[in-house]
Design a protein around this ligand. Structure first.
Ligand code: SF4
Ligand code: SF4
Length: 143
């Protein structure tokens, strides 16, 4: 029975896409850049030889909005591919590389704090060496 359910889950899972973000030249002395969505860091971008890339890709996957997570762990037990772990702060975190976009965690979450990533909800932040963040671009236009 369980294997039948698993086959159905994989059959229904949406194909994960990839968003491409054009960051352009980054002005400012930052230790890293972050693409965030509703308070969740969905991509951390490091500089290479002091230069940040002008274009980055982000996997379209489910993610946890930290503010709404009560640390119940229900989503962890729902995931068929073990893509969810609890962080030290007791907030669920989804590995987009493993997520197959089945949506089971989002359906089970009692606070509705798991969503499929949307490109237009993403913003770019610069992070300085002390961890302070500066909003560089709010929302990305979809080409
Ligand atoms: S089910 Fe929702 S509230 Fe519970 S740990 Fe997962 S994301 Fe957090
Ligand atoms: S993280 Fe959620 S959407 Fe992704 S595979 Fe696991 S249960 Fe499915």
């Amino acid at each position: 029975m369980k294997s039948t359910i698993m086959i159905l889950v994989f059959a229904l899972a949406a194909t994960a896409g990839v968003f491409t973000f054009n960051l352009g030249p980054v002005c400012g002395d930052f230790a890293a850049l972050e693409i965030q969505s509703k308070g969740a860091v969905v991509k951390t971008i490091e500089a290479e030889d002091g230069v940040f890339p002008e274009e980055v890709e982000v996997i379209e996957a489910y993610y946890v909005i930290p503010e709404g997570c009560i640390g119940c762990g229900i989503c962890v037990n729902q995931c068929p591919v073990d893509a969810i772990v609890m962080t030290e702060d007791n907030i669920a975190s989804i590995d987009p590389e493993l997520c197959i976009n089945c949506g089971m965690c989002a359906s089970a979450c009692p606070t509705g704090t798991i969503e499929l990533l949307e490109q237009t909800n993403c913003s770019l932040y610069g992070i300085d060496s002390e961890g302070n963040e500066e909003l560089l671009e709010e929302g990305f236009e979809v080409e």
